[in-house]
Each structure stands twice: as C-alpha cells, then as structure tokens.
Design a binder for this molecule. Structure first.
Ligand code: NI
Length: 416
C-alpha cells in the first residue's frame, strides 16, 4: 500500500475511473484548445476565452463559478461529498503579440496575436480536468478550486493583473486553499513525459529601466557635450562582470539588456539613452547581491563618464519555489498515474512564471508537460511564431492534474 495512493482497493478503482473519464473528455479538450488557439487574446483582454471557460464550467455543473476575478479571471469550485481541505489547480489564458506562422488549419485569426506559449492548452486541460472531477465528486473528500488566470505574460503598462491580482481578489480564499498545482507545456520534453523540480524551478525576475543623461552635442564636436551613448556602452559591458566576477559561479545569474534607445541622429549625440533589461536569479540572497552590484556599477560607470543614471529596478516576480514535500508526494502520485519512467527531474530555468506568487502564499508545485514530437514538427521554442504542440499531450495533462488533486485530497489529514 502506498502512502500516496487512494487506499489499496479504492485507489485502483478510482484510477481506472479517472482513466475512462480522461478518455471521454479528450475530444472536448482538443476542440477547446483549437478554438482558443484560433481566437487568442492578449493579457488582460481575455474576454472571449473567459466567457467560454465560464459557460463550459456552468454547462458541466461545476459549483460556484465566479467571473470577473482579476478582470477576466474565472474561479470555480468542484465540491466533494465529504468534508475536507481545498486544493487549487491553476491555468493561464493569455496569448502573445506574435504573428503566427504555423500554417495550422486552426491558426490564429487575430493578426499579431498568437498562443505561442501554450496557454490555450493549459486552459483546455484545466477545463477537461474540471469535467473529470465533476463526475467524481460524489467520491471526493474536500474541494478542488479551479483558477483560470488572465495576464500571466504581464499586464499592459499601467494596469494590474495576473497572479498578484488574482490573489488580491481572493482567489486563494473562501474556502482557503491548502496547496496549489499548475503546469506548463514544454517543447523540449517528449510527449508523454512530465518533469518536476523540488525547490527553485524558475527564476526570480527583475525588470529594469535605466536612463543615462548627458548633454546633447553635434556629432562632430562631442567635447562640447557629455556623451550618454559611450557611457551606456561602458555600462552595458561592465554589467556583465556581475555574473562573471561578483557572484558565486555556482549560482545561476543572468543580466541582459534588450533595449538601447538613443534618439540622436548620425550627426547628433543625444541627451539621453534609455536602457531596458532584466536580471534573473534563483536565490533571494543572490538576488539582493546582484541588485546592489547593479546599482553601484551603473551609477559609478555613469559618473566616470560625466553622465547621470537613473534606475527603476522593478520586482517582476519571485523565484518559483516548489514545496519539496508537496513535490515529493506529487511525483509519487504522477509516477503511479503515468509510469515512473515518464516522470523526470527538470533543470532550473531562467524564465519566469507568475505561478510563483501563489507558491509564496501556499505550498505549491509546478510541472512541465512534454509536448515535443519531432514527427509533427513540434520542436519550436515557446514564444516563437512556429511553436506547435503535440495534442497527444493534452490527455496526459488532464490525467496529471486530476490525479494530483484527487491524491492530495485523499491523503490530506482527516481533521481539516
Ligand atoms: Ni507561458
């Protein structure tokens, strides 16, 4: 008997039933995902997606479907017959400003908007999971809360959104959530596999804006001004000393500048240069050290060239920390549902994921769902115009999510 199983006989029986239900909902999941894919919506603009999600949840008989959470978010509950804790499952719904180039028959019909990060699949998988859980609720202890979240990619400037706003709007309260699970598709991982990681899985993200100010001058007579372009070039180069010289080499750190904007002309040295970039770390103390070095290098390099630098060093999101104990339990659970050989350890990634905010509030565990299939050309990276996924991964995602929720509830202490 496993400590994670649903009890010896009942467990096997339940797993078989989950299996049958997953098979039954798969055509719906594929259809939903294709529909979302054809009609992608940008962050905080997920009106259609959110409406369909709410309609489908109501149609399948989910309890308490709440709309308008964090703008276009939907929160629903599937209440078991017996009392128990509440476990949350989360999916994100937004798309990216990318012109799709997949040539799929159900490709995006919205110009320069594409589900290139697979959130269409995440939403469809969670809807499918809801349908499975609704069928099993008479045998379920406790409740499953379904979070359909907008704006994971970040709200437009000046707007609030994403996981932070979901939490602010009470997504984790009433009933209070004891633990949370989420997943993300991964085109580097073969279909059929899931990868996990205890502890830090995805990076803490800092979003940085700098303005280096000098004095404008004629391009032919730079001595009459103070050149912020040359100062910025030195700043950009000097910043690379942070990961290579200042931080313990065994700690993952990335410092990147992606925008350098100088509105001069070929013969005009401008007054200002704007620099945008990001810092990625996996450890809170390293994150603090990098910020300190960053400020020192930028200010002092700017000063050395007679310019002044302003820095807005924005906290964009914490490290995604998977609770080690919850992850251990989940890995056993997934191993039983998908086969131990299909559950593999993930390397830490330098991308960010706003699921991290939930995992700061309650124990959380996040997984990658393999969608790679070379025969189908499902090999392109996330956030690129040719990204396609292997739909055979969709039922794997539903099985994983349903199993995680059911096993968590079945093994939770009775007193709650
Ligand atoms: Ni994503």
């Amino acid at each position: 008997m496993s400590i994670i199983g649903l009890g010896p006989a009942a467990g096997e029986d339940m797993r078989e039933q989950v299996e049958q239900l997953v098979e039954k909902v798969t055509p719906d999941v594929v259809a939903w995902r294709r529909d979302f894919h054809t009609h992608p919506e940008l962050s905080n603009r997920e009106e259609r997606t959110s409406r369909i999600v709410a309609e489908q949840l109501q149609a399948m008989g989910a309890d308490e479907v709440r709309t308008g959470v964090a703008r276009h978010g939907v929160v629903a509950l599937v209440r078991g017959k017996k009392p128990g804790p509440t476990v949350a499952l989360r999916a994100d719904m937004d798309a990216l400003p990318i012109q799709e180039e997949t040539g799929l028959p159900f490709a995006s019909q919205n110009a320069r908007v594409m589900h290139a990060c697979g959130h269409d699949a995440h939403t469809a998988v969670l809807l499918g999971t809801a349908k499975v859980l609704v069928e099993l609720r008479d045998r379920m202890r406790g409740s499953v809360k379904l979070l359909f979240q907008p704006a994971e990619e970040g709200p437009p400037a000046g707007e609030e959104g994403g996981a932070r706003l979901m939490i602010k709007d009470g997504a984790l309260d009433n009933p209070p959530v004891t633990a949370i699970f989420g997943l993300h598709i991964n085109p580097e991982l073969e279909t059929g596999k899931i990868s996990y990681r205890a502890g830090g899985m995805m990076a803490a993200v800092d979003r940085i804006r700098m303005v280096v100010t000098g004095k404008q001058s004629h391009g032919g007579m730079p001595w009459q001004g103070v050149d912020p372009v040359v100062a910025s070039a030195h700043i950009i180069t000097a910043l690379q000393a942070i990961p290579s010289r200042h931080i313990d080499a065994r700690q993952p750190v990335v410092v990147s500048i992606g925008v350098v904007r100088a509105e001069g002309a070929w013969n005009i040295i401008p007054e200002q240069v704007e620099l945008l970039g990001t810092v990625r770390t996996h450890d809170p103390e390293v994150r603090r050290q990098v910020a300190e070095q960053f400020h020192r290098i930028v200010h002092q390099t700017a000063a050395a060239h007679g310019t002044k630098a302003e820095i807005v060093y924005g906290d964009y999101g914490p490290v995604l920390w998977n609770d080690p104990e919850l992850t251990e339990r989940a890995v056993q659970s997934l191993g039983q549902a998908l086969g131990r050989e299909n559950v593999v350890e993930a390397k830490p990634l330098m991308g960010g994921e706003d699921f991290a905010h939930y995992a700061l509030k309650v124990p959380g565990s996040f997984f990658f769902l393999g969608v790679r299939n070379e025969k189908l050309g499902a090999v392109h990276a996330l956030h690129t115009p040719k990204m396609v996924l292997d739909e055979a991964a969709l039922p794997v995602g539903v099985r994983a999510m349903a199993t995680l929720a059911l096993d968590f509830l079945a093994t939770a202490p009775q007193s709650k």
